[in-house]
Ligand binder design. Structure first.
Ligand SMILES: [Fe+2]
Ligand SMILES: [Fe+2]
Length: 351
């Protein structure tokens, strides 16, 4: 290789290379690079150009290790690790020295890491800033999401309580509905976001009752067929109240309000949808609604025992209810019992 090529290569690699002779003295390969002279002008002095131990205390120290390495005569390279030198103007340069042992010679290399080191430092800094920023952002999103969910839940429950004032269904029933539905949704493998959605949306199932006249809604005793038809309209009224939203939770509440009286065999109202044409959220709420109505006292009936309740739920599996959901419900009985015991005072059991 020509000397000029060697010089160009070393220049490009930002290295200053010296060859070590057998008697332990050094000979520069190519000319001494400018950056090196900038740091160690004394290297230009003829008798000192080949005395690395005189350039810097760090190099002097490293030469002990380097000599040990060269004396082993084993092919390879050993590094000093980066260190910093200041020039006369106080500018910092990061350098790294290494001792190289090849078959045909031993070399001493000083590399100017400054450029690569600066880029690396910047990259590291950017990476650190980004991960910190992402963490902060995630935390902020988590906080905001929790706030929005709390707000949605509160608005939903207050809205529902407006309907509740006119009905004999208690606030406790409405709140239990969210908890039962969340239990079933969890067993169905829904995401935590969707579980939260149904927890908030299920209490709105009967919101359409707000549009039913008092004479029907509050009538003690049995309804006539005409009155029952009026009563059934609460599903469509609720559907209209909640239609056309861009929010996933309100859309779910819409499906629930409109379809929670549909039955698996297609004999329900208002649309007579069969099987899985009924949105799953509404099928879930139907199971929770009937279970809760059966085990609690209503003005028109006493509470049923668990045996009677389960008898009815099982009998209507596949007729009224999605059979898969009845299986999941039976599997979740312990949770349902805990929720059913909530009477509106204290904290709703979060299962
Ligand atoms: Fe209803
Ligand atoms: Fe209900």
């Amino acid at each position: 290789m020509k000397d000029s090529t060697v010089h160009e290569l070393f220049d490009l690699l930002n290295v200053f290379v010296l060859k070590r002779s057998d008697n332990g003295t050094f000979q520069p390969l190519g000319s001494i690079p400018e950056w090196f002279l900038h740091l160690f002008p004394e290297a230009l002095e003829p008798d000192r150009s080949c005395a690395p131990e005189e350039w810097s205390p760090f190099l002097e120290n490293f030469l002990f290790d380097a000599n040990e390495f060269w004396n082993k005569n084993k092919k390879g390279r050993t590094f000093s690790g980066p260190w910093i030198e200041k020039d006369s103007a106080g500018r910092e340069f990061s350098l790294e020295a290494s001792a190289v042992c090849l078959k045909d010679g031993k070399f001493f290399v000083v590399e100017n890491l400054s450029k690569a080191y600066e880029v690396q430092l910047k990259l590291l800094q950017v990476g650190r800033d980004n991960s910190l920023y992402n963490e902060l952002l995630e935390e902020e999103v988590r906080k905001r999401t929790a706030q929005i969910q709390d707000r949605e839940e509160e608005v939903a429950l207050r809205l529902v309580s407006a309907a509740e004032f006119r009905d004999d269904e208690t606030g406790a029933h409405i709140r239990r509905m969210g908890a039962y539905s969340a239990v079933l949704a969890k067993k169905l493998g829904w995401s935590s976001g969707e579980i939260d959605n149904i927890r908030i949306a299920a209490p709105m199932h009967d919101i359409g009752k707000i549009g039913i006249p008092d004479s029907v809604l509050l009538k003690p005793g049995r309804l006539t067929d005409e009155e029952y038809d009026v009563m059934k309209q609460h599903a469509e009224i609720g559907g209209k109240m909640l239609a056309g939203s861009k929010t996933r939770m309100i859309n779910m509440a819409h499906d629930i309000a409109l379809y929670h009286h549909e039955k698996w065999d297609g004999s329900g109202y208002p649309s007579g949808l069969p099987g899985d044409e009924i949105p799953l959220s509404a099928r879930v709420v139907a199971v929770a609604d009937v279970y809760d109505a059966l085990v609690h006292k209503r003005v028109y009936k006493p509470p049923l025992s668990e045996v009677e309740t389960l008898g009815i739920m099982k009998k209507t599996k596949g007729h009224h209810f999605d059979p898969n959901l009845i299986d999941i419900f039976l599997d979740s009985l312990e949770d349902f019992r805990k929720i059913a015991a909530y009477d509106g005072s204290g904290k709703l059991p979060i299962v």
